[in-house]
Design a protein around this ligand. Structure first.
Ligand code: CAA
Length: 419
């Protein structure tokens, strides 16, 4: 998308992402079990929306339009119609136009892209929110719900855990084609958990992961698929988390900044948003994310920038292999070479291309509809020096987010400059 009106992200707020293994998440064995409940979908919308308005000093009355990304509220929470849930978060939003958008795990990216498009069309102050609750069911039932992001009739039967199995298939193909080892991929998990351990909002903030554990199946880190051919290619540590959470950001024009008494120094500028969609009914080469590559190529072409200029990055690591495939699709590494960059430490917080500094989907967690919005907030936080213990030190001038829905079917790649 070529932006003819300057567009800024003024910041926002996220709830912690929580689920099993997070100290605040109540489930069997937790000392609070039976005494208090975990937050609901309604709670997460309210917390994210009001958190973002407060953090950016935006009165609700100043918001002109809003978008909410959510995949399957109807299944996990028996609740749809979430545009109206945004209004329910704050009386100042009463009667304003609100839209719910859905593109599986790219729902949040699409909410952001829609807010940016609306700024192009004349809106000055927009709200983009993402939310998902997934812990109301077991991970196995959740696997069935999430499988609706695949071609259900064709792919559901691959395993009860359809998406872990689809990415086990990619892992097998990638390892066989390029000679990548289990330990190479283990480095991605170790980085994700180490970053999450520095991030108070991360689902896995108190779970440690060392290279030996991440590099081989064990009782502590089992392979869990029933599909015998694919099972060796997917351990628990390779998976994003079944998390609950919500994130919201405020997106404005130059006039919107002025109206809110802000300057570009408070914001990051959106350079471009590139949205590509693949064919849900057909798959291509499992060692390539071709829709991601198309979205990234579009972003660089629209903006006249190059992958080499990116200094901080959030990519959709729904599984460890996805982070490597994303790096190659975006152009950070040649095919088969991403693992070497990770092994050399280049993608760590202290590296020249920090990737998923707050832990990514594996460490920070993956409430699917929230993820794309959270990625944008993370770039704002890194560029504004707001990341505390996981702050990068390379003062990035160009940031990138890549949010993926389904198995590389909907992809939103966005670029940002520190205004
Ligand atoms: N050996 C074999 N199987 C084992 C095992 C072992 N040692 N330990 C556990 N398992 C099996 C169990 O059978 C269990 O199933 P049941 O509960 O039915 O018995 C299953 O693994 C889950 O085990 P747990 O309940 O202990 O684990 P969990 O609840 O922590 O879940 C996870 C772990 C299955 C990896 C879960 O975190 C998960 O599903 N992660 C992936 C989430 C996902 O797919 N998100 C979407 C990503 S795709 C995307 O982003 C794009 C999109 O549009 C969808």
């Amino acid at each position: 998308m070529s932006l003819h009106r300057r567009t800024f992200v003024l910041g926002g707020a996220t709830t912690p992402f929580i689920g099993k293994k997070h100290p605040d998440f109540v489930w069997k064995g937790h000392p609070d079990f039976g005494k208090r409940d975990n937050p609901t979908l309604e709670d997460y919308v309210r917390l994210a929306v009001n958190g973002a308005l407060e953090a950016t000093g935006t009165p609700a009355e100043a918001v002109q339009k809003g978008w909410i990304g959510n995949f399957v509220g109807e299944l996990f929470s028996k609740q749809g119609h979430l545009g109206a849930a945004m209004v329910g978060a704050n009386p100042g939003l009463q009667n304003k136009p609100m839209f719910r958008v859905e593109a599986a795990c790219a729902s949040g990216g699409l909410a952001f892209a829609s807010a940016v498009e609306s700024i192009q069309a004349g809106t000055d102050v927009a709200l983009a929110c993402g939310v998902e609750v997934q812990t109301t069911e077991s991970a196995r039932t959740g696997g069935d719900y999430l499988a609706r992001a695949s071609h259900y009739a064709r792919q559901r039967g691959i395993d009860d855990f359809t998406f872990p199995a689809l990415f086990a298939l990619r892992t097998r193909a990638y390892r066989e084609k390029f000679g990548v080892t289990e330990e190479d991929i283990g480095h991605v998990a170790v980085k994700a958990y180490a970053n999450a351990n520095r991030n108070p909002n991360a689902h896995m903030r108190s779970v440690k992961m060392d290279l030996a554990t991440a590099s081989a199946a064990s009782d502590k880190n089992p392979c869990f698929l029933s599909n015998a051919e694919l099972s060796p290619y997917m351990k628990m540590s390779d998976c994003s988390q079944v998390s609950d959470g919500g994130t919201a950001i405020v997106v404005v024009s130059e006039e919107g900044l002025r109206r809110l008494g802000k300057t570009p120094a408070d914001a990051i500028e959106v350079v471009t948003v590139s949205h590509a969609t693949g064919n849900l009914w057909q798959d291509g080469d499992p060692t390539v994310l071709s829709t991601t590559a198309a979205a990234a190529a579009g972003a660089f072409a629209d903006s006249g920038t190059k992958a080499g200029e990116v200094g901080v990055c959030e990519v959709h690591d729904c599984f460890t292999v996805t982070e490597l495939l994303m790096m190659e699709a975006i152009g950070f590494a040649a095919p088969g070479q991403a693992a070497a960059m990770v092994r050399e430490g280049r993608t760590q917080i202290t590296g020249d291309l920090p990737i998923n500094t707050g832990g990514g989907l594996v460490g920070f967690g993956h409430p699917v509809g929230a993820t794309g919005v959270k990625q944008v907030l993370e770039i704002w936080r890194q560029m504004k020096g707001a990341c505390g213990d996981y702050q990068v030190t390379n003062a990035p001038s160009l940031g990138l987010t890549a949010n993926m829905g389904g198995d590389d079917k909907t992809v939103v790649v966005s670029l940002f400059r520190n205004a």
